[in-house]
Design a protein around this ligand. Sequence first.
Ligand SMILES: *[C@@H]1O[C@H](CO)[C@@H](O)[C@H](O)[C@H]1NC(C)=O
Ligand SMILES: *[C@@H]1O[C@H](CO)[C@@H](O)[C@H](O)[C@H]1NC(C)=O
Ligand SMILES: *[C@@H]1O[C@H](CO)[C@@H](O)[C@H](O)[C@H]1NC(C)=O
Ligand SMILES: *[C@@H]1O[C@H](CO)[C@@H](O)[C@H](O)[C@H]1NC(C)=O
Length: 397
Amino acid sequence: MSYISGRWWRWKFRKVLLVALIQVCLETSVLSCQVDCNQVFTSPLGSFTSPCYPGDYPKSLACRWTLRAPAGFIVQLTFADFELEEALGCIYDRVVVSTGSSDVKFCGITAHGLTLNSTGNVMELLFSSDFSIQKKGFNITYRQVAVALRNQKVRIPQGAGQAIQASSLVTIPSLQMFTVCFEIARHKQRSTEKIFSYTSGGSDVLVFGMHGAEMALGINSVQCGLGTILNQSDFTATMKSFCFTWTSTSGRVNMYSNGYRTTSCTDSKLETLVDGGVFSLGGDRDSIDGDLYNFRLWDYAMSRTQLTELTCDVPGNVLDWENSFWDIPASHSQTDSTLSCICFPNCTHLTTAVPSSGTAIPTLTSPTTSCASSGMGCPGRTRVFHWHACHMSQFVK
Ligand SMILES: *[C@@H]1O[C@H](CO)[C@@H](O)[C@H](O)[C@H]1NC(C)=O
Ligand SMILES: *[C@@H]1O[C@H](CO)[C@@H](O)[C@H](O)[C@H]1NC(C)=O
Ligand SMILES: *[C@@H]1O[C@H](CO)[C@@H](O)[C@H](O)[C@H]1NC(C)=O
Ligand SMILES: *[C@@H]1O[C@H](CO)[C@@H](O)[C@H](O)[C@H]1NC(C)=O
């Protein structure tokens, strides 16, 4: 009796399991191409495909993908693969790309291999299919491209002879005072850390960084110790803004960061910085291991009030954080949407063409596909699961 009832329960259990598995199989096959194709992508680069790609796309689709880049970037889209139903005027199945200034319609294989740039920081792609004739659709890759140095920070190169230099087209005047401002984030603390230097004829005219055991400003052969107003621990992994002024007549060095601090460097009194030298971020060696941003230089010493009120977008009158002032290899510039001064004023530069120099591809890699998010019917994966589930059910019998 107990044996029979045990068998009965086992039989009953298998039957229930079988029914459940059949249900799963049916549901996954029905759901397999019900992909959410109304999505917004904000990653620096990625890819997405038409639903069920490389299988045929479903009938009667209406999809909208929005590619959104931070202000100061454009979106560059490439059709790595493209095949839609062909029709004159693309009246049946079509892709319409809104670049910001125009709408471009595609069907057949016309878009295969094509690259499109947005004019602003948003690109939209609409895809619709009708009730008959399906093709494999498309595979699209996209990336954000920075259009201005102000949307980029610079990784200070490490190692001798690798400093990032101001453009040779910029002439540094002779200076008896200056204001220098920059933002800096440090990755790893080192015993010697040069942040910037100005050299002429191979010798240092102005050096800012660790000297011996304290932060110092080297002016010609004079070392102005800054230990009372600055120390190494002021540099952190978070971008922070610093401004320094120096005045030859008084020999004073002032700093503005979180607050205003001032110190005297009497030995630097009446020194003059020669003109025509080369300005570098980092040093010839012993550079700080970190990122610099918004490095600006003025030929006068700002007052405490001026420093307090200075905003990130006031241009330096000797050096400014714009492409034309610097020779920065693309391998050292990085886009970063958290930088303090992107897109100002009014993001007007967004509509300008991508400059031939100074552009960089964001180095972040977080590719997204239409199958990356949970809760979406991913044809490949659900089919595999479906197959296993249905075969497993055979063993249950
Ligand atoms: C898109 O921009 C890139 C520069 O990033 C340029 O090389 C390419 O020619 C542009 N393509 C179009 C279609 O404007
Ligand atoms: C789409 O194209 C890119 C670039 O060729 C490729 O890396 C990616 O694997 C393709 N995606 C699919 C789903 O085929
Ligand atoms: C660094 O300087 C700040 C203020 O200038 C001070 O509060 C802090 O104690 C100093 N740290 C070290 C390790 O000297
Ligand atoms: C920028 O914004 C300001 C304030 O909103 C406005 O007065 C000015 O006209 C704008 N400039 C441009 C070029 O759109």
